[in-house]
Design a protein around this ligand. Sequence first.
Ligand SMILES: [Zn+2]
Length: 211
Amino acid sequence: MTPGLDKIFACPYCGDLARIATIRSGNTFGAIFWTDGRMQAPMLPELPPAARCEKCRKFFWIDEARPVGETPTLEGGDPWPQAKHVGQLSEDDFYEAIESGLAATAHQELILRRLAWWAGNDPHRQVYNTGRPGADNRQQRFLDNLRRMMQLLDEADDEQRLFKAEAARQIGLFSQAAGLLEKPFDGRLKPYADLIARLAAAGDSTLHPLP
Ligand SMILES: [Zn+2]
């Protein structure tokens, strides 16, 4: 992985400066793929789409924040040492962001809900990655989030149909998951669909890595 420049931007509400590290190039070597669609790639870190301002505590989309500059500059300096790196949002942050009205469209709501789901599943990824037990994530808000995602996902789109089947399986709606997987999937989606179908048939609602 080759690091890129830090991008500096201003909070759209209070103008406080923040920074996000970018990468110039990366790859998926050593990546783990999970049934919920998340890919964990050590050589390809995820850049967060949304952030919370450290100063005014409001949520905003990084794409919609005013760009201020990039550092190091051509002269090698950093004119914005006060701009701190934006942190990853937690599962709670994503729910709070949705409640605060950050999602202006169903598409944006889906992005935030999928990230909340992934954050909620992260303790289970830790079990596989480290062997240490994770916290129980199957709280009501986690299940409510999956039910709302199922309403928003469009079955006419194969990728969204697959997400919907996996959401159904993780709620424990195994026959609904199986029904959503009946029409075959092509290419890169097929290994996910096959595994999710096997797990649904076995009555298993937990997260799994792809073999
Ligand atoms: Zn702010």
